[in-house]
Design a protein around this ligand. Structure first.
Ligand code: NIG
Ligand code: FE
Length: 391
């Protein structure tokens, strides 16, 4: 059965097929069959189809690819947010509050909590997302967290190296030997991540964890330079790291190092927003030639949002992305950060993962911050979210 999505004021394909960076087609339509896009182009050329969906002069964009999220946890840290807004600083140690709550939860509770966040993501137009463990920090709860994440996504990341839990205080070697190393087998996750920053893990410890992860066939990503500047970016020369995330404090030398590799810099506007930190300047990354992604970093401590539109609005206003760069960073950029070529763009023959917006341009996501503009989210041709008042 072929479905024609017609009457699209602006179809943004994010495919680099000679239509400008965004690959925009105006007055467009799109045909979906068996979960694939079988035709796209100008409306007046549309083929006949079995059924039609009127997009009412809205916009269609590729589904967002959220390459950085922490969705397996229990509880919330609203009190910590309040204290920060009253003047306290953010510190890595807050993670332990969520660890306590997570350890007391059943697999059903964790699954239910993650399901509600995944529903939010779909309503936000996210069609592919990564999720990390990292709030269990014992072998049993880390494995359980990875199992929960694996029920919802193929992009599962082992973040047992989030912080050292209290029972291994000042005993990294013990934590590595008894929890991190035995948790690394690839059966439950594709990726291994380390929080290499003040109050978390050192560069040398990160090296040891990455070496153990590679021996198990895992692929690497890194949290770095969120809280302070360090030499952690040199790790991109030593290891094949898909993405370094946060990158809040970057020297020119760090940017040069990044640009000499294929590593993506994933910027997380929600984290600077919610921890009241200084925003990195995307223009420096662009002029150094570093590929960029934007992700939500959804987690209960530093960025409790699933709204990619909110992240885009902050990215353009405060991180100096152009709107076009921001949209690309949340679609193709996220896909690149996950080393995926099947998502983040709309192409004939490709997956029908797309989002209908009720606005005449994608710009409205940034220009009308906080306004829910996603009217429908489609994954592999199936509607997984539709706003109540939309046909
Ligand atoms: O990406 N930076 C490390 N991890 C999370 C925050 C974790 C937390 O505060 O719970 C982040 O921001
Ligand atoms: Fe994170």
């Amino acid at each position: 059965m072929a479905t024609l999505y017609s009457n699209i004021a602006s179809l943004i394909t994010c495919s680099d097929e000679g239509l400008g960076a965004l690959g925009e087609i105006r007055n467009a339509s799109l045909v979906v069959e068996n979960g694939r896009i079988v035709w796209l182009g100008e409306q007046h050329d549309s083929p006949a189809c079995d059924e039609m969906v009127d997009c009412e002069l809205g916009t269609v964009i590729p589904g967002f690819v959220d390459s950085h999220a922490h969705l397996v946890f229990a509880g919330n840290r609203a009190a910590e947010f309040e204290a920060r807004m009253n003047g306290d600083a953010y510190a890595a140690g807050g993670i332990r509050t969520t660890v306590n709550a997570t350890r007391q939860s059943s697999i059903d509770d964790l699954t239910r909590n993650m399901k509600s966040l995944v529903d939010e993501m779909h309503a936000a137009g996210i069609t592919t997302f990564e999720s990390k463990s990292g709030y269990g920090l014992s072998l049993e709860t880390e494995r359980l967290s990875l199992e929960v994440a694996g029920q919802f996504t193929d992009e599962v990341t082992n973040l047992a190296a989030h912080v050292v839990p209290p029972e291994f205080k000042d005993n990294f070697d013990g934590y590595l030997a008894e929890v991190i190393a035995p948790s690394l087998s690839r059966d439950l996750h594709r990726w291994v991540d380390v929080f290499c920053d003040r109050g978390a893990f050192t560069i040398e410890q990160t090296r040891q964890i990455f070496t153990a992860a590679l021996a198990q066939g895992c692929e690497l990503r890194l949290h770095a330079q969120q809280l302070e500047h360090s030499n952690s970016i040199q790790l991109v020369e030593e290891f094949d790291i898909a993405s370094v995330d946060h990158c809040t404090h970057m020297s020119d030398h760090d940017l040069e190092l990044m640009a000499s590799t294929s590593t993506v810099a994933t910027l997380l506007p929600g984290a600077e927003f919610s921890t009241r930190a200084q925003y990195p300047d995307a223009r420096r990354f662009v002029s150094a030639g570093v590929p960029l992604a934007i992700a939500t970093d959804c987690n209960p401590g530093s960025s409790f949002t699933t709204s990619m539109a909110f992240c885009l609005a902050v990215a353009v206003r405060d991180m100096r992305f152009t709107p076009e760069q921001a949209l690309l960073a949340a679609t193709r950029g996220g896909a690149q950060a996950l080393r995926r070529t099947d998502v983040g763009h709309l192409t004939v023959g490709g997956r029908a993962n797309f989002v209908r917006l009720s606005s005449p341009s994608y710009l409205h996501m940034m220009y009308r911050p906080g306004v829910p503009l996603v009217s429908e989210t489609v994954i592999d041709g199936h509607t997984i979210y539709r706003r109540n008042n939309v046909a």
